[in-house]
Design a binder for this molecule. Structure first.
Ligand code: ADP
Length: 252
């Protein structure tokens, strides 16, 4: 491994009750890579993120994150989970959600101090949510909730950011802001974003991998129809997303 490797998976196998979810996956992500992982639902994308987070130990293969085992590196990983709608009455404010991102640094039972609050305010300002710090999380729009969860992931000053289906419920105007934010963030950290939405992934990422139990890795973001067919096991029609720029794919 080189000192620049942020994530390295070698021949990783994971199965649930004997059914493989990841088969012989190899992946290397460098310091400032922005990798998009696309694949169908059930293709193993969340499993891959859990392996990188150290929440699942593969039955076979090795995983190195930031130079050590995933669980030892976990407090240097920012994780934005798949968007889930909050109960409108869930009594937690935006500020409290972001402060939860400091647990890894402080430990669960220690009270927050001034530097935690300053860090939370700084990231909230960065994602444009400081004026909503006291708003209840359930009162926010999908895009605002997403920004809050990104702030929670950033408050621990991560070297690696993992995003699970980040564009699921965000409208297209918001998505453009979101990608601009990612453009900034990728100067500071490695980013891995997983999605079943090819349009969402292929716009701004630098590298693409296709995951359908096996991982097909591409050093560049150009994807051929053959690769998509191999991944999805069926022909895939590419849809242009309104006013969002989309990657022009190579001709057959
Ligand atoms: P994706 O995120 O691409 O939708 P997942 O990683 O969630 O894919 O799932 C990959 C496969 O593993 C699916 O077939 C799913 O049903 C199965 N799977 C995921 N988590 C579990 C689990 N905890 N127990 C059993 N099967 C699981």
């Amino acid at each position: 491994m080189t000192s620049h490797d942020t994530v390295r998976l070698e021949n990783v196998w994971v199965s649930y009750n004997g059914t493989p979810a990841l088969e012989g996956v190899n992946l290397a992500v460098d310091e400032h890579d922005f990798l998009g992982v696309i694949g169908p639902n059930g293709g193993g994308k969340s499993t891959l993120l859990k392996v990188i987070l150290g929440l699942i130990t593969p039955q076979r293969g090795s995983v190195t994150v930031l130079g050590s085992s995933p669980d030892r590196s976990r407090n240097r990983i920012g994780y934005v989970p798949q968007h889930s709608d909050y109960d409108r009455d869930f009594p937690v404010s935006v500020m409290e959600v972001v402060l939860m991102g400091r647990y890894g640094k402080r430990g669960m039972l220690k009270p927050y101090n001034e530097s935690d609050r300053e860090a939370a305010e700084k990231v909230l300002a960065r994602v444009g949510m400081l004026s909503h710090a006291r708003t209840q999380i359930g009162q926010l729009s999908g895009g605002q909730q997403q920004r809050t969860f990104i702030a929670r992931a950033l408050v621990s000053d991560p070297a690696l950011l993992l995003l699970d289906e980040p564009t699921a419920s965000v409208d297209s105007a918001m998505q453009t802001d979101f990608y601009e934010l990612l453009e900034q963030l990728k100067k500071e950290m490695a980013i891995i974003m997983v999605s079943h939405d090819i349009g969402a992934v292929s716009v701004f990422v630098d590298k693409i991998a296709c995951l359908n139990v096996q991982l097909y890795y591409h050093g560049s973001r150009e994807i051929t129809p053959e690769i998509l067919e191999a991944t999805y096991k069926c022909p895939v029609q590419l849809i242009a997303h309104g006013d969002i720029p989309h990657r022009v794919l190579k001709e057959h």
